[in-house]
Design a protein around this ligand. Sequence first.
Ligand SMILES: Cc1ncc(C[n+]2csc(CCOP(=O)(O)OP(=O)(O)O)c2C)c(N)n1
Ligand SMILES: [Mg+2]
Length: 401
Amino acid sequence: MTVESTAARTPRRSAGNKAGTTGTKRTTSTTKKAAGAAKSAEPALVQLLTPEGKRVKNAEFDKYVADITAEDLRGLYRDMVLTRRFDAEATALQRQGELGLWASLLGQEAAQIGSGRALRDDDYVFPTYREHGVAWCRGVDPTNLLGMFRGVNNGGWDPNGNNFHLYTIVIGSQTLHATGYAMGITKDGADSAVIAYFGDGASSQGDVAEAFTFSAVYNAPVVFFCQNNQWAISEPTEKQSRVPLYQRAQGYGFPGVRVDGNDVLANLAVTKWALERARAGEGPTLVEAFTYRMGAHTTSDDPTRYRTDDERLAWEAKDPILRLRRHLEAANHADEGFFAELETESEALGKRVREAVRAMPDPDHFAIFENVYADGHALVDEERAQFAAYQDSFADEDGGK
Ligand SMILES: Cc1ncc(C[n+]2csc(CCOP(=O)(O)OP(=O)(O)O)c2C)c(N)n1
Ligand SMILES: [Mg+2]
């Protein structure tokens, strides 16, 4: 398999391997040295569109996008633009106090739209908390994503309505859910596939290691789609692994591939390939989408505390939306009218989302106590009473109003 041979050709991170095999405790300076060595030996990735928007040939993956039309390309562009617009609106709504928190996907549109559009309706998705672009592809209304971030519901959509599971905050746990689900559907005789999204930081979790082991041994039809956005809050990828993340798959006995995460075509092609493997009974695949979190981890985070502007600027030059726009324009696949219409559509989406969020009714303040246990519980009763007293204290301040 070419993907595995690509991995085998990849220069290993020598400093990292030595540290890993000796098992000695590493000093900070060794860690820094290893990280530096790793940077200079980054492996090749699957790329079909360069940052300048030039289509490059790829002997292995071209066939997965061979029949793509100009209309399809415009569709991918539209998906990315609208997702980014929605995301920007959500960030603004948090800043205006309308949402408690927001986790932006800025910069990861190609990874999410490319992989999301590779899915069939009957495939099942297990996301993290940042997969707004995949949710878009699944047909989950963007306003439904915002209820949880406003604190007015416990999820916001029916997972079975769009085969898109609820967002998962417990890092990495959804890879196990996905593996169990994938093992289950094979017993039902289904030929659909499952995809689990997770981050570079999540790849260090025990749950992910267990998911890799079980899915490999049981040949589960699951694609592990790791968006390596270079950061796990303030921890860089160098602190997560001594080898490029996609190479971890080899140790579990299934293929791993690194794809340019900012190239929507490459993500589409590689994910299609991985899904086909799953459907053909060939088991799991690890896709590492090498991308960048251009914004903060969440609206509670200040990335200027731990990373440089230079790094962000270097990745901005590889912007996923800009590169597809360059390609569309160079190939005469889209005219000014298309871009202008999309701009209008984007603004309309922003307005719709803004109005919908502001109109979301507050839940009953006591409802939260009803969802802890199926039956009554003494501690919950005590806390409910405390909360009621707290609420009443405001009534006193208002002169009993
Ligand atoms: C089990 C668990 N440990 C820690 C956290 C706190 N936490 C929230 S996000 C995050 C970083 C995740 O980084 P990564 O997997 O790279 O995903 P990204 O946020 O970059 O998309 C951590 C440690 C958590 N939510 N769950
Ligand atoms: Mg990350």
